[in-house]
Design a protein around this ligand. Structure first.
Ligand SMILES: *Cc1c(COP(=O)(O)O)cnc(C)c1O
Length: 351
């Protein structure tokens, strides 16, 4: 691997409170050209040179990932399920005809970069180093087809605790107008266009006082899918349920971790089709005792309110966090940061 030294190291902040605004001194860049991924390079974090005809700017042939590294007070650094993210990146690449990046090569590049930048990783509770790998088409010509040139880049962003004022529930709006994904589309992949297409619904929900939208399936507009950057779980009639991976839902690594952690505690999780009517009825009757989202950014995000068709439905008590969400929020980060044992071999201690 090549290395270009950064001559002007930035001052590291005392504490980090933002998400995705601050970046470390170095990034990793690897180019695909002449039919192969070339030798990668760790180099100073800086602007990219792109011609205005660069294909990603026109047709969005690009995918990304999101994961975290944690550092504790002793200076130990851990990655959480990083290889799973690179495996998922391969499936996203395949969907967009992007030549896949080898998982072990990507993983070892990431380990080198994170080790180099370890002093940037905050250590306070809830903080982390957010890692953003992405791949995009870099052909210098117009024309809709698979590009011949790509870039794979990893950037690192020290991030504050997601919940700065304690573990706070969010409100979701059931989205009845827009859809996020259709059968045969790209909903199950971390493809950049999915997010562009979801912004309008998010803005409209925010204007009505909701934090995010709860997407329904694109065909019957009846079955719950996910939250757009999180998967969704419900506790209905005492059972934990989550939508099954049906080809339009992003297979979240946190989702998978939640299911495995609950099962290991003897709490079964049903993965199945969930009619939004079941959920609304459950909220009305009180049979729906909890709802929470799962994703890398927040880990667990309790939901205390669902808005649908101009009405609001409270789940549990406003502002209260359910027992299962609380347990997951206590245990998953404890595994990630090495505070409690990791019986699943999810964590790689790299320093
Ligand atoms: C990234 C993402 C998730 C959560 O996945 P994790 O691997 O748990 O971070 C859920 N839904 C969508 C649409 C996503 O992009």
């Amino acid at each position: 691997m090549k290395f270009i030294e950064c001559k002007n190291l930035k001052a590291k902040p005392e504490t980090v409170t933002s998400f995705g605004k601050l970046f470390t001194d170095y990034m990793y860049v690897r180019e695909y050209a002449d039919g192969a991924w070339q030798e990668g390079c760790i180099m100073p974090f800086d602007a990219l040179e792109l011609l205005p005809c660069a294909s990603v700017l026109h047709y969005g042939q690009a995918v990304f990932e999101g994961l975290k590294a944690y550092r504790n007070a002793c200076g130990e650094v851990r990655l959480f399920r990083a290889r799973d993210n690179f495996e998922r990146m391969q499936t996203s690449c395949a969907r967009l005809c992007i030549p896949p990046v080898d998982t072990e090569e990507a993983y070892s590049a990431l380990v080198k970069l994170v080790k180099l930048e370890r002093e940037w990783i905050p250590t306070e509770r809830g903080t982390s180093l957010y890692i953003r790998p992405f791949v995009f088409a870099a052909d210098d010509s117009l024309g809709v087809h698979a590009a011949k040139k790509y870039k794979f880049i990893i950037i690192l962003s020290p991030s504050g605790a997601y919940y700065s004022h304690g573990f706070a529930p969010v409100a979701l709006k059931v989205e009845r107008e827009y859809v996020r994904a259709g059968r045969g589309g790209t909903g199950a992949y971390k493809v950049i266009g999915n997010y562009a297409a979801s912004i309008k619904a998010g803005e409209e929900a925010a204007a009505l006082g909701y934090d995010q939208v709860l997407w329904l399936d694109g065909q019957s507009r009846r079955y719950v899918e996910e939250v757009g950057s999180m998967n969704i779980f419900f506790v209905l009639d005492g059972k934990v349920i989550t939508p099954e991976l049906n080809g339009t839902i992003l297979p979240g690594i946190t989702r998978d971790s939640v299911i495995k952690l609950l099962k290991s505690k003897g709490i079964p999780v049903e993965e199945r089709r969930i009619d939004i009517k079941e959920i609304i009825d459950g909220a009305k009757s009180g049979a729906l005792t909890e709802a929470f989202g799962s994703g890398t950014a927040a880990v667990i995000s309790p939901v205390d309110r669902l808005g649908d068709d101009g009405r609001d439905y409270v789940i549990g008590k406003v502002g209260a966090v359910g027992k299962i969400a609380q347990m997951l929020f206590d245990e998953l980060p404890a595994i990630q940061t090495g505070k409690i044992p990791d019986p699943f071999s999810w964590v790689n201690k790299i320093v």
